[in-house]
Design a protein around this ligand. Structure first.
Ligand SMILES: C[S@@+](CC[C@H](N)C(=O)[O-])C[C@H]1O[C@@H](n2cnc3c(N)ncnc32)[C@H](O)[C@@H]1O
Length: 249
C-alpha cells in the first residue's frame, strides 16, 4: 500500500507530556501492577507519570535532555508547546474532529503541573535525569521495565510516516535508541506509538525491521499489545498498539 501524507507535521520537537492514566491506555499497565519494580520513563518530558508513580510507592526515574533547565524554564517551554501543538492539530481539524482539543490541552497542563510540583525535589533525589538517547547514564539491567512514548516513531521523518520535518531520528538512530534502552532494562521495554501518522495508519517501517532483527537474535521476543490510547486520528486505527520487547529468560 502506498503511504499517504502524515496527518500532522511539526518543525520542532515538542516538550509535551501525559498523565499516568494515558500510560495506562497506551501500554495497558496500571501503577498497582508496577509496585515493587524499578521503572524507567524515557523520554519523560513534562509528564506526571514519574510523580504519580512515586506517589504510589514505585521507584521510577524519568529521562529527558531538557532536564538541564529550571522549573520555570520548563513551565514556559511546555505552555508554549501545548499552545503550538493544539494550533497545529486544529489546522488538521478533519483528523482530530473526534477529539475535544480544549479538554486535550487541559490534560496536558494537568500533566505539566503534576510534573513541575515534583521536579525540583525529584531532580535532587535523582529521579529526573538529563540525558539523550541513544546514550543513557545507567548500568546494564538497572530497570525492571522501561516505557518509551511519543519520541520513537512519532518524531521520525514525514517520509517514513512520522511528523518531524528534517528529523534526525533515522532508522539507524531508532535501532541504537532501542538497543540502549534494552541494555538498561532487565525484563521488558514498551514503545508507543507503533504506527505511521498516515491515513490509514500502517505499522511503522523502522519498527518492522527492528522487530525482525531482535527476534532473529534469539535474545528478545516482540509482540504488539492493543492500545486504547486515543490521539484523535487513531480512532479508526486497528493497528493501534504498543510494542513490547521482552528479554528471553
Ligand atoms: C512529546 S515528548 C513525549 C513525552 C512523554 N513520553 C509522553 O508520551 O508524553 C518528547 C520528548 O522527547 C524528548 N527528546 C528529544 N530528543 C531526545 C533524545 N535524543 N533522547 C531522549 N529524549 C529526547 C523531548 O525533550 C521531549 O520532552
Amino acid at each position: 500500500m502506498q503511504m499517504s501524507a502524515p496527518t500532522l507535521r511539526l518543525d520542532a520537537m515538542q516538550f509535551f507530556g501525559r498523565l499516568a492514566s494515558d500510560y495506562h491506555a497506551m501500554f495497558g499497565i496500571t501503577l498497582a501492577a508496577l509496585r515493587g519494580q524499578r521503572i524507567l520513563d524515557c523520554p519523560s518530558g513534562p509528564c506526571s507519570f514519574v510523580a504519580e508513580a512515586v506517589a504510589a510507592g514505585i521507584d521510577a526515574v524519568g529521562v529527558d535532555p531538557l532536564y538541564i533547565h529550571t522549573q520555570a524554564e520548563l513551565r514556559d517551554r511546555c505552555e508554549s508547546d501545548i499552545a503550538g501543538t493544539i494550533k497545529a492539530m486544529s489546522e488538521h481539524g478533519d483528523h482530530y474532529s473526534s477529539l475535544d482539543l480544549i479538554t486535550y490541552a487541559d490534560s496536558k497542563r494537568t500533566a505539566l503541573y503534576g510534573f513541575l510540583a515534583d521536579y525540583e525535589e525529584g531532580k535532587c533525589a535523582g529521579r529526573y535525569v538529563a540525558a539523550s538517547l541513544p546514550l543513557l547514564p545507567f548500568a546494564d539491567r538497572s530497570f525492571d521495565q522501561t516505557f518509551s512514548a511519543h519520541l520513537l516513531v512519532t518524531y521520525s521523518t514525514p517520509e517514513s510516516g512520522g511528523i518531524l520535518t528534517n528529523s534526525p531520528f533515522t532508522e539507524v538512530w531508532h535501532m541504537a535508541a532501542i538497543t540502549e534502552m534494552l541494555r538498561v532494562t532487565k525484563h521488558a521495554l514498551h514503545v508507543y506509538p507503533t504506527t505511521t501518522r498516515t491515513s490509514p495508519a500502517l505499522r511503522h517501517p523502522y519498527l518492522e525491521h527492528i522487530v525482525a532483527r531482535l527476534q532473529a537474535s534469539g535474545e528478545w521476543t516482540c509482540r504488539y499489545q492493543p492500545s486504547t490510547y486515543h490521539r484523535g486520528d487513531a480512532a479508526q486505527n486497528l493497528l493501534n498498539a504498543s510494542l513490547v520487547i521482552e528479554r528471553v529468560a
